[in-house]
Design a protein around this ligand. Structure first.
Ligand SMILES: Nc1nc2c(ncn2[C@@H]2O[C@H](COP(=O)(O)OP(=O)(O)OP(=O)(O)O)[C@@H](O)[C@H]2O)c(=O)[nH]1
Ligand SMILES: [Mg+2]
Length: 332
């Protein structure tokens, strides 16, 4: 489980001022008060939605403001209310008061709403203040200010895609290429010691959460290497992306590498064995690497995606496919 955070300031709209005016008609010099009420300011509302899986889109802006209510008009006409500003957040977002640090609400269900800053009430027009003794009140009320709050949003993230493969396969490099994450990368095995998460942005609001995991080796399911502890993280992911080093420099045969990992996944748990997955050949930058990728494809009898993180080739296509796969798979 990982954390995704955003801090924003929300400002509800101010209420419109009430109007002070008097009825006017030709040849009727002393009309009564006819100032209308101001409209209420719009509130800021948070809504949980299953269409989002990260706080990245909302966190891109700091300040959010709902519109003010209109002032009242003459002839007893009220000003329009400001519309509520509805902000979508992913399901599972916890909303904290940023200043005090206390939890305000956990938005755990799809469609759940939280009015987080209430719009100011509209001021009453002078017509409201007329009484039998004060028939011509000249004053109207001002609109009230909308609430302003600074919020910290926090989301516990479950990665949608888990990256698996032998040490040095290029998992961390792939994560660093497609997300803003900065995992450690090196040309020796077991560089990654704990899971790292990154969020890939496919479009303005479409994101994919990927977890980079320590490399697995033969016997990982029985506790060899670092894998065992982390295989349970993979169980939480919706789908697996298995990366296989196909560069000519790699000493192990791609089919053999692939088999080792698949066997470990299957030995760890039936759930892992059943997880939907994609296989991608990494470091495909030469005809030799391409030949090895082809050999892998034939050997396993499944489609093998070709990528090079170094050249940024094939990466986007793979992400789009991973997005599709994760979306087709129900959450675990
Ligand atoms: N030429 C080339 N080298 C790459 C590419 N991707 C990764 N590498 C190199 O491969 C080595 C291993 O990369 P990592 O991303 O650390 O591999 P990893 O799978 O995360 O390794 P562990 O964390 O040890 O499991 C590094 O030297 C990278 O620079 C690529 O697309 N092309
Ligand atoms: Mg790594």
């Amino acid at each position: 489980m990982f954390r995704d955070e955003a801090t924003i300031e929300v400002q509800a709209g101010n209420g419109g001022h009430g109007r002070a005016s008097f009825h006017r008609e030709k040849f009727v010099p002393l009309g009564g008060p006819d100032g209308g009420d101001g409209g209420a300011g719009g509130s800021v509302v948070l809504v949980a939605t299953s269409n989002l899986n990260s706080l990245l889109p909302i966190g891109r802006r700091f300040r959010y403001r709902a519109p003010d209510g209109e002032p009242g008009y003459t002839k007893l006409k009220a000003g329009k209310d400001g519309e509520d500003l509805v902000l979508e957040v992913p399901i599972g977002t916890q909303v904290f008061d940023a200043q005090r640090g206390n939890l305000l609400r956990d938005l755990a269900q799809d469609g759940q709403r939280l009015e987080i800053a209430r719009g100011g009430r509209g001021g009453r027009g002078n017509a409201r203040f007329a009484t039998s003794v004060r028939q011509s009140p000249k004053h109207a009320e001002s609109g009230k200010s909308g609430e302003r709050r600074e919020l910290r949003l926090e989301l516990k993230l479950f990665a949608e895609i888990g990256l698996v493969g032998l040490p040095n396969a290029g998992k961390s490099t792939f994560l660093a290429t497609v997300t803003a994450a900065t995992p450690k990368i090196a040309d020796y095995p077991f560089t990654t010691l704990s899971p790292q998460v990154g969020i890939a942005q496919l479009s303005e609001s479409d994101t994919l959460v990927l977890a980079d995991l320590p490399g697995l080796i033969e016997g990982a399911s029985e506790g060899h290497g670092l894998g065992h502890k982390f295989l349970k993280h993979v169980e939480r992911c919706r789908a697996i992306l298995h990366l296989v080093d196909c560069s000519p420099e790699c000493l192990s045969e791609p089919v053999q590498s692939w088999r080792v990992i698949e066997q470990e996944l299957a030995a760890f748990s039936p759930e892992l064995a059943k997880k939907p997955r994609l296989t991608a050949a990494t470091k495909v930058e030469s005809p030799e690497a391409e030949a090895r990728a082809l050999e892998l494809e034939r050997g396993i009898g499944e489609r093998v995606w070709r990528i090079s993180s170094a050249r940024h080739s094939g990466v986007r296509e793979l992400l789009v496919e991973a997005r599709r796969l994760a979306r087709d798979t129900s959450p675990v």
